[in-house]
Design a protein around this ligand. Sequence first.
Ligand code: KIV
Length: 262
Amino acid sequence: MIVPDFAKRKRDGVPISMVTCYDAWSAALIASTEIDCILVGDSLAMVVYGHDTTLPADIDTMAAHTAAVRRGAPDAFVIGDMPFLSYRRGLESAVGNVAKLMRAGARAVKLEGAAGNIELIRHLVESGVPVMGHLGLTPQSVHQLGGFKVQARSDRAAATLVEQAVELERVGCFALVLEAVPGAVAAQVTAALEIPTIGIGAGRHVDGQVLVLQDLLGITTAFRPKFVRTWLDGSTLIRDALQAYHKDVTDRRFPNEEESYQ
Ligand code: KIV
């Protein structure tokens, strides 16, 4: 994928597939499929580091994981997620942080919310940085929102969401993540935009889907939201393999002669 492909895919009616990824080995696996793009999401704070929210992710951690993903998937369209507050301390500081992700190998950045970000997004786009927006449930605002809750349930909130989406398109975002909003609201936003919407918990009437890799592989053992489908029982398969390894070691079946240097 390249940036102009995103709008073209919407025009052509071909959905976009995106998946999160945080390391080189899974990036290499993803790169061997037809998945369209990779998001190095700040969800890594929860998935990789075991935090309850995404807030502990910082820019240097995001840059290190972006670089790892780039090494694993040298040709992929990789989007780096701007972590909590990393773009809210003024333009200069935000641009410095964006530069860290782009130099680490991102081809675009994603940032949450519209209010207070419009001038920054305009400046980034004018500076050659592709920006993906993110509206609906914006996990960096989890405490403001009172939890990880479905957003835009009222007519008024839905209207505000559409307005914000249109504003993000107007200042140059090339795509928009819509997280945890009713399907009908996501459909309304999608119809209002020329750029594609990429949904997570936003129903079917969007222009693409994104899931957390560990969720779709069935590796996440914690709470599984309603919108997650698993294509593999990863946790069972991995647990069984680890247990079999343990058994082979303790029963002295590993290593055998062929697995030993003579
Ligand atoms: O951080 C992340 O993984 C995300 C996706 C859930 C869209 O923002």
